[in-house]
Design a protein around this ligand. Structure first.
Ligand SMILES: [Zn+2]
Length: 88
């Protein structure tokens, strides 16, 4: 990481993420711009500024999660669906 780059690991709306590391989301109440939610493993996710298989459903209450927009989004959605199937 270059000197002077903000350490934005836990910030919700970082802009310089690769497509495999975030889910695009749009706030349901205002909805014009989308943000990038960093994907974490369930073990390291704080469930506040980042998203994981455990908290995606909570995010989904207030945000439109644009799963198909990024590789990371597609992967996370697949992981959530696989997890749901094992619970049935
Ligand atoms: Zn989480």
């Amino acid at each position: 990481m270059p000197i002077g780059t903000p350490h934005d690991d836990d910030q919700p709306y970082v802009s310089n993420l690769s497509g495999n590391s975030y889910v695009a989301a749009r706030l349901k109440t205002d909805g014009r711009d989308f943000v990038k939610l960093r994907i974490r493993s369930a073990r390291t996710c704080g469930h506040l500024h980042t998203i994981c298989v455990s908290c995606a459903r909570i995010w989904d209450q207030d945000w439109h999660l644009l799963w198909e927009r990024t590789g990371g989004g597609r992967n996370l959605k697949a992981a959530i669906e696989a997890r749901d199937e094992t619970r049935l």
